[in-house]
Write a protein that binds this ligand. Sequence first.
Ligand code: ASP
Length: 318
Amino acid sequence: MNSSPLGIICHGGAGTIDDKAAYAAGLTEAIDEGYRLLRQSASAMEAVVTAVRMMEDNPLYNAGTGSDLTIDWQTEMDASLMTQEGRFGGVAGIAGVKNPILVAQKVMTETDHLLLCGFGATEFARRMGFEDYNVVTERALARLREVIDHGSKYFHKMNEQRLSDGVPPTPETGEDPLIEKKMGTVGAVARDKHGNLAVATSSGGIVGRMRGRVGDAAILGAGTYAGPGGAVSCTGHGEEIMRRSLARDIVERMTTMPASTAMTLAVAEARRKKLAFGAIGFDARGGICYGHTTPDMAYGYKVAERLFLFTEEKGKPH
Ligand code: ASP
C-alpha cells in the first residue's frame, strides 16, 4: 500500500482574474467532489473527469458551456485525459456536446484511437449517446465582441500581423499579447489511494481565434501529459505550450527532481521567454505543484483534508 496521500489539484485558467471569489467557489465544488470520490476509492481518472466535467458545466469557465468563440462566432472545444500508464483520449474542435471531457474519455475507453476531431468527434459522441447541446453564454458573446472591437491587442490580429510581415512567431521577442487576458481553460490532476495519477484538461479555446484552430488542451504532451515522473495540465497560450510540449517537459523534469522544483524551473524559463502560461501537477511521489507566468491563475488543491485556494496565495506567483 502506498503511504503518500491521495489528493486532487484543479485549475480554472491563467490570465488576469477579476472575479476571484467566483472562480474560487467553482474550484472548491470541483475539488471537494473529486476528493470525496478519491476518499471512496475512486480511481484518479474518475476524479479528474468528474472535476473537469463540473467546471465544464459552470458557465464561468472557458470550457464546455462557458466556451469562448472563434472569430466567426463558433463553439469549438478541445479536451483530453491521460493516465500515468499511458492511456490517452482526446477530442479537438468538437461542437454540439455539453461535456467534451466525457467524449474524450469514450475515445480512450471505446476506440483504438487517441484523438478525434471536428465533425467526426461529434458524430462519435452521438453514437456514444451524447445529446445535442449548443449553449453560448452572454459572457462568451461579450468577450468576442470585445476582441472584435479592440482586435489589435489580441490573438487574431497578432497572427494577421505575423502573416503579413512574413515573420514566423518569435515568442523570445516582446511580451506575449495574451499575458493580460483571462483564458480560463480548466484542468485537474489527481492521485488515488493506490498512488496512480491521472490528468484531464478541457478548453473552449482562445477567444477570436481562427475556425479550425486546435489548442494544447487536446494534445498529448502539450496541455495534458502523464508518465512515470508525474502528471501535468497546462493553461495559457496554446501555440507556445504546443511548440514546447510543456506538460511533457515538466513531467520529464519530475523524473529527476521534486514537482515543485520542476515547476519553478519551467515557469522561470517560460517567464524569460515571456510566454503566457500556467500549470498544475503531481509527481509520482505525491509532491504537488502549480505555477504561472500570468498575473493570476485560478487553482486550488486538497490533500490530507486541507483545501488550499489561489485566493490564499501570498506575494509573488509560485
Ligand atoms: N490553452 C488554451 C488554448 O490555447 C487557452 C486557455 O488556457 O484558456 O486553447
